[in-house]
Write a protein that binds this ligand. Sequence first.
Ligand code: IP8
Length: 249
Amino acid sequence: MTTVLKLGGSVITDKDRAETVDGESLERAAAAIADAVSDSTETDGGLVVVHGGGSFGHPAADAHGVTTTAGTDDAGAVTEIHAAMTALNGFVRRALLERGVEALPVYPLSLAARNREGDLALPTESVETMLEEGFVPVVQGDMVTHAGRGATVVSGDELVAELARGLDADRVGLCSTVPGVLDDERVVDRIDSLADVESVLGGSESTDVTGGMRGKVETLLGLETPASIFGLEGLEGFLAGEDVGTTVG
Ligand code: IP8
């Protein structure tokens, strides 16, 4: 069973304070991952952790006017945004390493690229070999070079989708700040098409250059593998193989 899990940037950072980790949430997520990696047969085929930008990547990208489609030719700007994400990647890996998880960093800037149509190419040999060797790859949302546009943002959600396809993953999970896609207070169990939930999918309140919940659902609907969106309280259950939160696709 190969699992791709995204830790939302807004889960592991304080989205309202620049470059600040939400220590309690990160510790909780790292503990759930460490338990799953040491105990659960669900993650026997390997676990890939992807993380979003939160208060690290998004303000940096916003300051340079860069999104997944608006690019920059300024290597300094690209490096600054990349460095913010690399700093967060370091916090995530440290929390995992402290719990005995053999976490290694994956930097899409040096690995992936977009063509003129904006399609992402992400070679997976490196991640595959990490998994075969028992490591847990920790992949950051990042900047990538983009044909004709310099470099653009690649969101953790896009990376999750590419990795799920490339690794033929069995399970995909997005750990978010909410317990699933919400219709008023109620968690929507299942989403099969965007039209089903158009009215309940709002934007994100904090600075988010990559599309909020609507973007997540859209990306996940394109996958063969059904994906779950859930909150931190659902992470242990997800890693134990349970259906938690909202299932998309
Ligand atoms: O939080 C964004 O990743 P996301 C990455 O998954 C950057 O959308 C660089 C802002």
